[in-house]
Design a binder for this molecule. Structure first.
Ligand code: HEC
Length: 121
């Protein structure tokens, strides 16, 4: 019986440790990794636009690595014209749907930043 108490106490403390509020990314350092996945400042600049302009509705977008953008089919490396992500952006003028963001429009500089990252891959 004592044995069981010991284990449930252990379990409880493990749960408490796991649920402790996360105040920093010291475990996986993922905040840093996101920015340097392809080692480039271009990716960071791209990601800033995604966070500012898209992630309110597309919550997952902010966490994607460069590889995920490609493997999930949003980005075709070195080919912004054929990248689903870019084709959805208003004003991209490459023959896509051009309907994102739904109620605002990215600046030409923001669109150019997206193109620069995709075409650098
Ligand atoms: C106000 C909310 C909102 C914002 C902001 C927004 N989107 Fe969307 N987006 C949607 C909705 C809703 C859909 C689904 C409707 C559809 O597919 O036509 C969608 C669909 C998409 C899709 C196709 C569906 C998918 O995930 O495969 C892409 C790509 C996309 N958005 C990209 C963007 C990008 C890039 C931005 C920022 C520049 C952006 N969106 C900003 C609401 C938003």
């Amino acid at each position: 019986m004592k044995f069981l108490y010991f284990f449930s106490a252990l379990n409880l403390s493990l749960i408490l440790i796991r649920c402790a509020p996360q105040t920093e990314n010291s475990f996986s350092d993922d905040a840093k990794i996101y920015g340097v996945v392809d080692g480039s400042e271009k990716f960071l600049n791209f990601r800033t636009i995604i966070v500012d302009e898209c992630s309110a509705c597309h919550g997952d977008f902010a966490s994607y690595t460069a590889e995920q953008w490609v493997s999930l089919g949003y980005v075709v490396a070195s080919d912004s014209t054929n990248s689903k992500l870019y084709r959805r952006i208003r004003g991209s003028s490459v023959g896509g749907e051009e309907d994102m963001p739904p109620i605002s429009i990215l600046s030409p500089a923001q669109r150019e930043t997206i193109v620069e990252w995709i075409n650098s891959l």
